[in-house]
Write a protein that binds this ligand. Structure first.
Ligand code: GAL
Ligand code: MG
Length: 971
């Protein structure tokens, strides 16, 4: 079979060739009524585009062959290209997939215009039909359409053949931080239109109900015939023709494919405006009529009436300065790579919505088209980003005229595709591609074509947040320290809204200081939010025995964020790649199976629609939304008392306008001692993203304060027994309590350099040297010293028998040089069988000192095995902040209880810190039969130093003397 013509052009080495034979992009949705070509195709993988054809196998379309064939596996790189060729060259070894199938062209399509749509192909697509070259296209994340009317015959079968070349000049501008895949990643379809057809429809719908619909018409058969017209209706109400703007039917036109234009106008009275909180959509139907009134073509649109504008340094939606509580989203699936279904996307958005997100940046390319339909429907503000990232060669490419057509092509095609989505409020020119004339060219096109939306581009904004001449209407830095944002906003020099395009890097156990960041945003005019990096941990489900991706058949081989035995979540390097960037691909707020990480609860609370404050006996309920009242929510009061009880009472949410507050009576008299009042807020009705009764947030205030810890009186109890090493002997402990200054480094600790310092100090291998043991009455004092690279640490334990148990008072003196340790506290291990933890403190979710807003104080209970968070690369995990008391028990109610002198950070799991640090993947961990228990007087914050700011100074563990106390009792 010949592939000669197109292959001979070597289009994969020609950046100026963006496409050939590809139809103009438009916003007329042809998916319904089309013939799907998805399913099983003949397939073969060649070593290069020039390679000779071999044996056919079969493959599923859409899909990435990197997860399907086994002969070319996924590879992960962040900024670096996976090969050394300079732009625009690509390597000679260049996997090339040939897809072929036969299609029966419906006989009833006779006389119609027949179009092939390839949803997305990575990275260069060459199309042949019935042996004839039909077209070429690039841009791995946009559809390409080709007119087949002249190459197929209705009623006959046609052979469709795709040649997909993996590496190309385009790879240099698709160097996003993600897996490298290849294939036909989105659906393929065939549709037919009348020769006279709607070429494009552009909808502008304002929040006051005004609507303008611009229609473009073509006639494939020749000049437009006289007498045709366009009509439109919104929810059945006919729009008016704006004859001033109608330009068509020029009699003297003799060119074929003439473009006609018509404009419709109307006003929807008492319109319900669209916003992320109120995603009200109206049905618009546009019809193209022949002179006799019959309908030649129809286009359906879901229209949202809304305004977007930048006013000074505020981004306004419907006149409101909305907070952008965003997250960056890739098209990702652990089985299928980049191919996602409608159900997958809906599930993504439902999770985002339930955890308080209202915005998505389609990092770093136009996402699957269905995503935008769902964003319109469920309510999200979308920053739509063009598929341009030249990270490794950013500087050269931004001004390289050979790439100029590609920049303009990619940006303009995205805008043409997505312009009618109310959810899209900002266009992004791409990511991490420096800033050059190519960007300005693309921005210029957008400003002319769509003056209704702002543009952002981080590469431009970073030159100067305030310069109004740059191609970014928004100051959209990534990972800027929040203090810098605040300082800019207060400098008097700010000219644009600050909305970080990426912030709070979610790699591993991370997202420290999110609440502080938001406190700064909400208290600083000019700051409006940002997009967390990122939604997904991109682990690919892999069989451990043969190292292959499991692929499509793997549903059911994972649960609660964990891969089934014999499987793991692969990250960079796991497919045998030598050039890769390791676990940096696992940096999302959800696990690869979409299980939320604990940070999601933190975000949910920060973004909560309802907030509670209690000040001088006044209890206030705040409506934190921009557009909605509280009537869609129900609530219940909970009063948590230190004695272990929780009282509940029904709550009546007051009638509060968005942004306002109302005082409500205290539902309970304020009791003596420590107490906490929680408002459990749920959905009162079914929402599109949450059935009635779904928990929305858990705002909490402290009512009564704690009574100071009264140390239990020494009492006759079991005498303190020490072994020969002066370690405590206790029937329920298999490892005695000793000092701990270290944690299994988190990704932030590793990449931020803390782990290396801890290692240099020797904190990961502390050696205990007993320097003194003495008895003082019933008390036993043990003093030990630990040598570290920054001087000795003196640790004292005082054991005192008390009623029913043992009181342990400890102190540790850290030399000045140990100015940033992971923790100061005690670690011990228990006998097997104590499998349930009950605790009074923050929870039930994992929480850390700088990530504890989403975990209310309460009486919590979980099996020990569920306390651990299975971060892809094992690391410090499962901590609970602000713990006052806990019990570890067996089913027969035996066990131990620990009372802390002051609320501390506690973790209980099956692994020692060194077990976690030694493992690269979760499946390598071997649980210990008992529990490893840490109780910390101080624990370092998590920060986000794997990419961005570390935690702030207040969450560091200071040198000097730390004191803590706890009481251990047997149940
Ligand atoms: C940004 C980049 C993202 C990702 C992130 C780190 O610089 O835009 O694509 O690499 O850092 O995970
Ligand atoms: Mg990058």
């Amino acid at each position: 079979m010949r592939r000669d013509h197109l292959i001979a052009l070597r289009p994969w080495e020609a950046p100026e060739v963006t496409s050939w034979g590809r139809l103009a992009m438009n916003a007329v949705d042809r998916r319904s009524g089309a013939l799907s070509l998805d399913g099983s195709w003949h397939f073969q993988l060649l070593p290069s585009p020039m390679g000779c054809s071999g044996e056919w196998t079969r493959t599923e379309v859409p899909g990435t062959w990197t997860t399907q064939s086994g002969d070319d596996l996924p590879q992960y790189t962040n900024a670096q290209m996976p090969w050394g060729e300079f732009p625009p060259a690509s390597p000679a070894a260049n996997p090339t997939g040939i897809y072929e199938r036969s299609v029966d062209i419906p006989a009833e399509w006779a006389g119609r215009r027949i179009v092939l749509q390839v949803g997305a192909a990575e990275s260069v697509l060459l199309v042949h039909v019935n042996g004839k070259p039909v077209g070429i296209s690039k841009d791995s994340h946009l559809a390409a359409e080709f007119d087949l009317s002249d190459v197929v015959r209705p009623g006959d079968p046609a052979t469709v053949r795709f040649t997909v070349v993996k590496w190309s000049d385009a790879s240099h501008i698709e160097d996003q931080d993600q897996w490298w895949h290849a294939g036909i990643t989105r659906s393929v379809l065939l549709y037919a239109t009348d020769p006279l057809y709607l070429a494009d429809v552009t909808v502008r719908a304002r929040r006051d109900g005004r609507l303008r619909v611009d229609c473009q018409v073509r006639d494939a058969a020749g000049p437009l015939p006289p007498g045709w017209y366009v009509t439109g209706a919104v929810d059945g109400q006919l729009l008016a023709q704006d004859t001033e703007f109608d330009r068509f039917n020029a009699e003297d036109m003799r060119v074929s494919d003439f473009l006609g234009e018509a404009r419709l106008r109307g006003t929807v009275e008492n319109v319900w405006p669209w916003s992320a909180e109120t995603p009200e959509l109206y049905d618009l139907t546009v019809r193209l009529h022949r002179a006799d009134g019959s309908v030649a073509d129809t286009s359906h649109h879901r229209v949202g009436f809304r305004d977007v504008e930048i006013h000074g340094r505020d981004l306004l939606v419907n006149g409101e300065r909305v907070y952008i509580r965003g997250v960056n989203r890739h098209d990702f699936h652990p089985l299928t790579g980049r191919t996602v279904t409608t159900e997958d996307m809906r599930a993504d958005l439902v999770v985002m919505k339930r955890f308080g997100f209202n915005a998505i940046r389609t990092a770093h390319y136009p996402n699957d088209p269905t995503l935008y339909d769902l964003a319109d429907e469920l309510g999200f503000y979308v920053v739509d980003e063009a598929n341009i990232e030249s990270h490794d060669h950013a500087h050269e490419i931004a001004d390289d005229p050979r790439y100029l057509p590609a920049f303009v092509d990619r940006v303009s095609r995205m805008v043409l595709r997505d312009k009618n989505h109310p959810s899209v409020i900002i266009w992004s020119l791409g990511n991490e591609s420096d800033y050059g004339a190519n960007h300005d060219a693309a921005a210029g096109w957008v400003r002319r074509h769509d003056p209704t939306r702002p543009i952002q581009y981080e590469g431009a904004a970073k030159l100067d947040w305030a310069d109004l001449t740059l191609a970014s209407d928004i100051a959209c830095p990534m990972y800027a320290p929040i203090e810098d944002c605040v300082a800019h906003a207060r400098s008097g020099k700010q000219t644009k809204p600050i909305i970080q395009c990426e912030y709070s890097h979610a790699m591993g156990n991370s997202n420290g200081t999110l609440a502080d960041t938001w406190a700064a945003i909400e208290s600083t005019p000019g700051l409006q939010g940002g997009f967390i990096w990122e939604f997904w941990d991109h682990g690919i489900l892999q069989r451990v025995n043969d190292g292959r991706p499991v692929g499509r058949g793997g549903a059911g081989l994972y649960e609660h964020g964990v891969a089934a035995p014999g499987h793991r979540w692969a990250y960079g390097g796991d497919f045998g790649e030598t050039i890769h960037d390791g676990a940096f691909i696992a940096d999302g707020v959800v696990f690869p199976d979409r299980t939320p990480k604990p940070v999601m609860y933190e975000h949910r609370e920060i973004a909560a629609p309802v907030r509670l404050t209690h000040h001088q006996d006044v209890l206030l309920v705040h409506n934190r939304q921009h557009f909605r009242g509280l009537e869609w929510l129900a609530a219940e009061w909970r009063l948590v008392l230190a004695d272990g009880t929780t009282l509940t009472a029904p709550a009546e949410l007051p009638d509060v306008l968005p942004g306002e507050s109302a005082a409500v009576p205290l539902p309970f008299p304020v009791p003596e001692g420590e107490s906490w009042l929680t408002l459990r807020v749920t959905t009162a009705d079914d929402e599109a993203w949450a059935p009635l009764g779904t928990e929305v947030c858990l705002p909490q205030v402290r009512l009564g304060t704690a009574v100071a810890d009264a140390a239990p009186e020494p009492a006759a109890g079991p005498a303190v027994t020490l072994d020969a090493d002066a370690l405590l002997v206790h029937p329920l402990l298999t490892a005695a309590p000793v000092l701990s200054l270290w944690r299994a480094p988190t990704d932030n600790d590793e990449l931020g350099g803390m782990a290396a310092r801890w290692h240099d100090w020797g904190l990961d291998e502390l050696v205990r040297k007993v320097v003194d043991v003495r008895e003082e009455g019933s008390r036993v004092v043990v003093v030990a010293e630990y040598a570290t690279g920054a001087g000795p640490v003196r640790h004292e334990q005082v054991f005192t028998p008390v009623a029913g148990g043992l009181r342990v008072e400890e102190s540790a003196e850290l030399p000045e040089g140990l100015d940033d340790v992971a923790r100061v506290g005690t670690v011990f291990e228990t006998v097997a069988g104590l499998d349930v933890l009950d605790w009074y403190g923050q929870g039930p979710w994992e929480s850390y000192p700088d990530r504890s807003t989403g975990a209310p104080v309460g009486h919590h209970s979980l099996p020990v095995d569920e306390l651990f968070t299975p971060y892809l690369r094992p690391q410090e995990s499962g901590g609970r902040h602000g713990v006052r008391r806990f019990t570890l028990s067996a089913p027969d109610a035996t066990g131990l209880t620990v009372e802390l002198g002051a609320p501390g950070q506690v973790s209980v799991n099956r692994y020692r810190a060194e077990d976690l640090a030694a493992a690269a993947h979760h499946d390598e961990l071997v649980p210990r039969p008992g529990c490893v228990v840490h109780l910390d007087a101080a624990h370092r914050g998590l920060g986000t130093a794997s990419c961005g700011p570390d935690t702030s100074a207040e969450y560091l563990v200071a040198p000097g003397t730390h004191r803590w106390a706890w009481t251990l009792r047997v149940l």
